[in-house]
Design a protein around this ligand. Structure first.
Ligand code: SF4
Length: 727
């Protein structure tokens, strides 16, 4: 099987790609290289972390792990402590032990020799990866030894490879600001050179998303590529997203999802002589990590049990994996072949071969012909949509969807709305199996807000800047039409806010209780102040699915007819989709086609909003976890199919801030609501949070100009602060 040879690009070409190539295309380019190198194999390790001390004489500005002498949570791990720690880890079937920590005189070369010998004795066969080039340089200096002598002594005690930490950014201008007293770039590179000469494989990190500029990243990568040309000793390049917590750099945000994908992709494309690109799960949201494994990343790091450094930096602990099985499921769900290995990519018994380069299977490319037609402006049929949905690379769908987006919503704005979701009641008699929000009338948790309470909360929201109120709730037989009229007119008469509220399901229920027609019910609610209708309750507009997930709920035709009636009385609405109930591709397309057909007739839909089903706390199992790639594929398909619905909203509530930011590169033109409160999705335990400032940051980092909009997509304010220099 011929070894893959990757084309070498220049620094200028790399900078141009990083700064100018649309994200979906950059992902596709990097993914093609990753597939040529590893097929769909994705590597992971089952690792344990031992951080000997959090005291450190170096005190980097970028570090939230170190503690000053005397701090109550400062600690030093004695060899006895280490023995107890390792005893606990003996039955964990680890592949790696990762030893890294602060630098203090007490932890000298003798300490580390004993620690590695102890680890080798207690965890035979486990790769002892550890210590950064910074630590090695430091203990060598303290012992009056050369780097080579230090490495030889550590190797003799079981030390297997150098982790890539301490590289940060090599360029002196940045290094002196983020790691003032840390060793210089050349010293870091020299330690790795010595290690490579001694046959000790190493990894190399690059800390990004702080104060560096794009060209500092390319400079960093070029120095790594140069040393790799010389020694070939590096195994993996590890782009590390900067974590802001507890650091003294005064930065509010680390790198966003789009930024992480772009840096990972350029690392893969530029480092043509590095076998692997690794990004660490314990630094990010799982949905984003899934997308990264299709953007050049072939290794997701490890379980990193008891890892403290990223944790102190504020990395999301809820996203960590704790077992190799969990990581295997995660990778299989993404269509990868999971390969358990260690940090020098040694073969682990019972695992697929690590180093094979299977030729990527070339499927039919009929999707390309169809996508070319779509790119040229053609309208897609349901049959063709199913082909590209199932067969086209999602990055290619994203590329074309982005082109369609720019035609549908010209200009470089990406919008958001400042809104609040407010629920009238959690009492509902419809018992949808996918709903974790509702409760029975007789339950102790039942509530129903009075019209006065509703108006008071809406007033507060408007005072806080909300321009839209979305009131919805369960189908509560105690709440008649006069209740809703009182809520709506109370808001209309007392608060300057747009009332985008209720859902077809609620209106159908109210009309039935009042024994009046849908049209009459809509007209009365409109007369009371209802201005537009959110597209809730659509889930999947295919009755075979609806009968399974919500047997007592509005059928597809009734939902569509009600929206047609609303459009008929001049009321604009949105349309939604909740996917991931086990419906087929064809059923998802049937849903989108029904929305498109109605739009052809009425033009009443302002936007489409899809989000994935969150199964926790519901009565419905999730046939398959809907990952970030599934979401971006669906967003792109929505833009391609709904050629007559102007706006496409990203869905951070279920997909998280980072993957929904990427949706702005896959056809979405709107980031949705800042949402002061939300109770329905958070009832399932999915609890992402954003605020207006974060939304501005995410839209800017995605390369768009943020603009606050009204419910009807008129622009309220453009944050065209060109002062935000291009990174
Ligand atoms: S989704 Fe709506 S209609 Fe269904 S149970 Fe929940 S609150 Fe009731």
């Amino acid at each position: 099987m011929s070894e893959f040879t990757q084309k070498r690009i220049t620094d200028a070409e790399a900078l141009d790609l990083l700064q100018n190539m649309p994200t979906a295309e950059l992902m596709a380019q990097a993914d093609a290289i990753r597939k040529a190198r590893h097929g769909n194999k994705t590597y992971y390790v089952h690792s344990h972390n031992l951080n000997p001390t959090n005291l450190c004489v170096v005190k980097c500005n970028l570090c939230s792990f170190w503690r000053p002498e005397g701090a109550k949570d400062a600690y030093i791990t004695t060899l006895d402590d280490a023995r107890k720690n390792l005893e606990r880890a003996q039955n964990w079937n680890l592949t790696d032990l990762h030893i890294v920590g602060g630098m203090i005189p007490e932890l000298d070369i003798e300490y580390y020799e004993k620690l590695f010998s102890l680890s080798r004795e207690m965890l035979p066969g486990v790769l002892l990866q550890g210590m950064t080039a910074v630590e090695i340089h430091w203990i060598a200096g303290n012992a009056g030894l050369s780097i080579r002598e230090t490495l030889e002594r550590l190797k003799a005690s079981g030390f297997g490879s150098i982790s890539g930490g301490g590289a940060e950014i090599f360029h002196a201008d940045i290094r002196k600001k983020i790691a003032t007293t840390k060793i210089l770039a050349q010293q870091w590179l020299d330690v790795h050179r010595e290690a490579h000469k001694l046959g000790i494989p190493t990894n190399a990190t690059m800390l990004f998303g702080h104060i560096e500029k794009d060209w500092h990243l390319i400079d960093h990568l070029s120095r790594l590529r140069e040393l790799q040309d010389e020694t070939g000793g590096f195994q993996a390049a590890i782009p590390l997203p900067f974590q802001t917590n507890g650091t003294s750099l005064g930065l509010k945000y680390g790198p966003s999802g789009d930024r992480q994908v772009r840096v990972a992709a350029i690392t893969r494309i530029y480092l043509d002589n590095f076998p692997h690109v690794r990004m660490l799960v314990n630094y990010m949201d799982r949905k984003l990590l899934g997308v990264l494994t299709h953007s050049g990343v072939d290794d997701i790091g490890g379980t990193s049990l008891e890892e403290r450094i990223a944790k102190e930096g504020g990395a999301p602990q809820s996203q960590k994996f704790f077992t190799a099985e969990e990581m295997e499921d995660f990778l299989s769900n993404l269509g990868h072949t999971p390969v358990l290995t260690n940090s020098v990519y040694a073969q682990v018994d019972g695992q697929p071969e690590v180093k094979a380069f299977p030729a990527a299977a070339v499927g039919s490319r009929r999707w390309k012909t169809i996508l070319d037609r779509v790119e040229a402006g053609g309208r897609i049929t349901a049959e063709d949509a199913a082909i590209i949905y199932n067969e086209a690379p999602f990055q290619e769908l994203g590329r074309v969807a982005n082109i369609r987006r720019c035609k549908a919503v010209p200009g470089d704005l990406a919008t958001y709305v400042f809104d609040k979701n407010l629920n009238t009641t959690n009492v509902c008699v419809v018992d949808c199996k996918f709903c974790a929000f509702y409760t029975k009338p007789e339950s102790g948790k039942a509530y129903a807000r009075s019209p006065d309470e509703i108006v008071a909360e809406v007033k507060q929201a408007a005072e806080a800047g909300a321009t839209q109120i979305l009131i919805q709730g369960g189908l509560n037989p105690d709440l008649k039409i006069d209740y809703y009229e009182a809520c709506l007119s109370g808001i209309r008469d007392n608060v300057d806010i747009w009332i985008h509220s209720l859902s077809p399901t609620e209106i159908e229920f109210i009309a039935a209780m009042e024994h009046i027609s849908i049209k009459e019910c809509l007209q009365r609610l409109k007369d009371a102040g209802l201005q537009s209708l959110p597209g809730g309750g659509a889930e999947i507009l295919v009755d075979d699915i609806r009968k399974q997930i919500s047997p007592k709920k509005t059928r597809s035709k009734a939902w569509l007819d009600l929206m047609e009636d609303a459009h008929g009385i001049g009321m604009k609405t949105t349309a939604t989709m909740v996917y991931g109930f086990g419906e087929t591709t064809e059923q998802r397309i049937e849903h989108l086609m029904k929305v498109r057909d109605l739009q052809d007739r009425t033009g009443g839909f302002t936007a489409f909003i899809p989000w994935s089903f969150s199964p926790d706390m519901t009565d419905l199992d999730c046939p398959r976890f809907q990952n970030g790639v599934d979401y971006l594929r669906l967003i792109a398909m929505a833009r391609i199919i709904l050629d007559n619905v102007p706006h496409l909203q990203a869905g951070w509530v279920t997909e998280g801030p980072d993957v929904s930011q990427l949706a702005l590169q896959f056809g979405a033109d709107d980031y949705g609501g800042v949402l002061m409160t939300e109770e329905v999705v958070s009832a399932t335990g999915v609890n992402y949070q954003v605020d207006e400032d974060l939304v501005l940051h995410l839209i800017r980092e995605a390369g768009w100009i943020p603009a606050q909009r009204t419910t009807q997509y008129d622009t309220i304010k453009v944050y065209d602060d060109k002062s935000v220099a291009k990174a």
